[in-house]
Design a protein around this ligand. Sequence first.
Ligand SMILES: [Zn+2]
Length: 380
Amino acid sequence: MPNQSLPDLSTQTASSLFSLCVAPGRVLRGQKALSQAGEAIARLGHRPLIVGGDRTLAVTLPQLQAVLEQLSFATASYSPDCSEASLGSLRQAATDSQADLIIGIGGGKALDTAKLLAHQCGLPVVTIPTSAATCAAWTALSNVYSDTGAFLYDVSLDRCPDLLVLDYDLIQTAPQRTLVAGIGDALAKWYEASVSSGHSEQSLLIAAVQQARVLRDILFQKSAAALLEPGSEVWRDVVDATILLAGVIGGLGGAQCRTVAAHAVHNGLTHIPAAHGAIHGEKVAYGILAQLRLEEMVQGNQLAATARQQLLKFYAEIGLPQTLEDLGLGDITLAQLRQAAEIACAANSDIHRLPFKVVPDELMAAMVSTTIGHLSIANG
Ligand SMILES: [Zn+2]
């Protein structure tokens, strides 16, 4: 799919101009896709700076050998995190190596770093995901964290990556847990988009929300089978769903179809050091339960209660976390829980896209009761 610059229809004023980043310039997808991506990469630049984690670079550079032979490349680590300090030293590395292209290899944070670096340097970017844990390889958005991994803010980029290389063999080397987390992150598209944009009359938002429902249904139907048979056709379908289809929804929906409480809960949890053992999609999956619990407690929403019970069954089946304990946070203090809830409820947080007001006390109550049987607790 080509890059598209359509007017963002989210505004009421027909004369305002908004940009929409729907999709990467090109997606190359297949087994051993990486070894065949040389020509497409060389079309974008000849002096790439390759950004990844130290471990990822050590494992993947040999596989990129055929691609890199023709190019003069430099490598740089994004550690400690996708942070302002890392970006500062990477900009210097890009200047020092006279880079004309950024290549990101790794998980969500490596790719977010590479995309934001390219954006800041005005260079094209290639994303090569090494796991199916997020749709970061697709989207025109980067999350910025502190050096110690606390979420700070996100940045909208001026376009999606110029090239996304989805190599199934590479993805298959990632721990199974990363795909499970990716399923959690992709599921959130429906639970968040239907809240933020479910009542919209705008064509592209209607399309985005409907795609999010389709994505959820694909994941419900295929995830368990996919996890049993890594590398199989059904496994590739689920990988496509978490990396590509989840990205399509973010692209179609644009700024109006953003996250709600599930990601706000994630963002709050990243400020608790003990939560760093859980990966992004795991915290988001738990955040979906907290969001539904809020809708149930504050609004008396019985559909949310039913949806939460349905998700709890699904989470148990595929191994997504249902509680703070499951996230490794069984021993956090009340003060830490309050801190996470207060960050999640900060004035600029996406949690306020919920159709009702939320205060930290309510969120804390929701966060400790994600598995409760709804019949005995139902509001009113
Ligand atoms: Zn996410």
